[in-house]
Design a protein around this ligand. Structure first.
Ligand SMILES: [Zn+2]
Ligand SMILES: [Zn+2]
Length: 274
């Protein structure tokens, strides 16, 4: 007990001397002194309160409410938020007509200007330090929607090799690479592997931005392949990407993985358009 309290005092003192930088407003701030710091294993029931608590080391108290969390009612397959904020989760009309190759897709936050700016800074201005806080958003959604027990492999959606060389990093892999440390820190296990080379992109597709749904589907068609089928045969896979717009990219990846023998594919994205 004494040790626990000393550790908390130490953390609070560390926070006083080394302030945190807010992902959204870029300002330095101090965490409030607290004796009752809780781990993610005891997330508050209210989703907004849980999100604010979980991300407090990276988002200041005044910016936290500016993020819109994806909340029920949503489509049980593609995760789309329904316009009506009443009723239970159910299958949306699109998924009813054309079921996806993945089982479920879930996202942490709504893709608005705030989130878009952070992702653009990371991807195109090389602000790599933003990967960790964005990874915490992803981790929050992961803990809320998925069970680490049911997964075998986590795969970040790959970039075309030429693009990877040009950018120097896969932004999604950067976001999730610390989960190995963060999940045990939050009281969870890490019984899976993060694999960034099983799924490969073999076509240098043009950017999906500005394309209509049908064009997006055509653009990414047959643009992925699996390096070694035995690695995914019979496995439960979680595909991770930054933004879910129409879902064409992750659906094409899921199609490739299922064809290659994966048992089940689920999708987790940082943000989702509404
Ligand atoms: Zn802030
Ligand atoms: Zn749907």
């Amino acid at each position: 007990m004494v040790q626990k309290i000393s550790r908390r005092i130490f953390h609070s003192l560390t926070s006083a001397f080394f302030p945190n930088r807010c992902l959204a407003c870029d300002r330095l701030y101090h965490l409030p002194f607290s004796f009752s710091e809780q781990s993610g294993n005891n997330l508050p029931q209210d989703l907004t309160a849980a999100f604010t608590d979980f991300t407090k080391k990276f988002v200041c108290a005044s910016c936290a409410p500016n993020f819109s969390i994806v909340e029920s009612p949503i489509c049980i397959m593609c995760g789309m938020m329904f316009v009506s904020r009443e009723g239970d989760d159910h299958l949306c009309g699109r998924c009813q007509k054309t079921p996806k190759h993945f089982t479920t897709a879930r996202a942490a936050v709504v893709y608005d200007n705030l989130v878009m700016n952070a992702i653009l800074k990371l991807k195109y201005q090389g602000r790599i330090r933003l990967a960790k806080p964005l990874g915490i958003f992803l981790l929050f959604a992961f803990l809320h929607y998925f069970s680490e027990q049911d997964l075998d492999i986590i795969i970040p959606v790959p970039l075309y090799p030429g693009k990877l060389k040009q950018r120097g990093f896969n932004q999604v892999f950067l976001m999730i690479q610390d989960w190995k440390k963060q999940l045990p820190e939050n009281g969870y296990g890490f019984p899976f592997t993060i694999h960034k080379t099983i799924l490969q992109k073999n076509k240098n597709t043009s950017a999906q931005t500005g394309l209509h749904k049908d064009q997006r589907i055509k653009n990414v068609k047959n643009s992925f392949h699996i390096e070694n089928q035995s690695d995914i045969s019979g496995k439960n896979v979680l595909l991770v990407d930054d933004v879910y717009t129409t879902g064409s990219t992750v659906n094409e990846c899921a199609k490739t993985l299922i064809k290659g023998g994966a048992r089940r594919v689920d999708v987790l994205t940082l943000a989702r358009t509404i």
